[in-house]
Design a protein around this ligand. Sequence first.
Ligand code: PMP
Length: 455
Amino acid sequence: MAVTPNVQKASNDYFAALKSRTPESEDRHRELSPNSMALFSKAGNLFPGGYTRDAIGRAPHPLYIERGQGSVITDSDGRRISDFWLNATSLPIGHADPKVVEAVQEQAAYGSSFFAPTSPELDLAESLVDRLASAERVRFVNSGSEAVMVAIRIARAHTDRSMVVKFEGSYHGIYDDVYWSVSPPVDKIGPSDKPIPVPYSAGLPFNSDRILVLPFNNPSAIQRAFEEHGEEIATVIVEPMANRIGLILPDLDFLQTIRQCCDTSGAVLIFDEVIAFRLGYGGTQGELGVTPDMTTLGKLIGGGYAVGGVAGRADILSVTEAGSSSRVTHSGTFNANPVTMRAGQATLDTLTPDVFEDLNARGVNIRGRLRQICDGLPLTITGAGSLFKVNATETEITDYRGTVTADQEWERVVSLALLNEGIFLTPGLQGCLATTTTDEQVEQFLSAFETLITG
Ligand code: PMP
């Protein structure tokens, strides 16, 4: 949507009003969480910057959490907080679900890991093969990042090509070859149809034979890239529900174009469903009806324990078999450890098609209610399934360039003010529901949000 200068000024004034209350919100945060503040100060002497995981960073300090039950977490100052992010969407049935706890306790008493396979890995792999249209074979790893790294290596071995196509604004974990153009500064990104690859971190050597960054939701850019590099592209990795681009579903045409181009050139299509698997019984691929060649998984399939998985076509994953001519070797001390497998199984068993339907209907409802509250304000609500995001912009979000029009400082301040009211969303105002989220929690969130943004 084109925004006129007057409308833009009105928006800026609107955002400035709440941002001027930042010191007040930060002081209140300090008052409410002295123990967390002390722990974070100690952390500064142990971890560089006080953290061992960048994503959980929050100014002026994060809350240290002592326990979680259902959709409520308790911080080290004893405050009970409604958790609307659930470890980055990985707990769709809430914290410490009794069936998950029981399975984990039983398995922990039997032994937590062995230099040998165990039967729970077969059960979890079987569940994934049943659910995911793209899954004939599975390999387990310990994180989503590892899943992406292994999937890309498999795709390169299968095709005997090097180039990886990823989309501007997408996060696929910390592997070097996808750690590009995750949230690049606007002055460095170049033309919208031909983004310049920007490293997400220092320490990443660029190699144009290995990395190609394309705009999200732009079918003609895909077609052009395949016309130019069709013989070199090993794989296209794409989120069928884009987390950092507003938790949006892409246009179907975009995914279908990628599918066609990969089919024609022999490149491997990877759907990164580390988060997107949360959208339905058959993942987002099941909801949209586009089937990739491989799927990377993580988060919910471990039921709250460290996990990753690569699922895909048998002929492609066969490169990991002993005796394969272009063998991808693959190991990991804790791969498929039975505690994680059983926690994941208990979680998947709970997530039946009916449960997904209910959870997603509640997602539609909360997005609708947020839109009503934001009506007439320079805010946009995005999301899919049981996920939602408030964006401090009037621009329709269809790609990364839309997200950078948002006033991210406003989002951060609102998130902090909500936290002071006992509501946990990300600093970018992303949230999600779990089966354990109560209607009362939703009402409490909506009412606190409405008071804040209209007050
Ligand atoms: N892919 C996507 C789409 C993700 O959202 C994430 C993590 N947020 C990852 C990969 C990496 O997963 P992990 O943090 O388990 O390494």
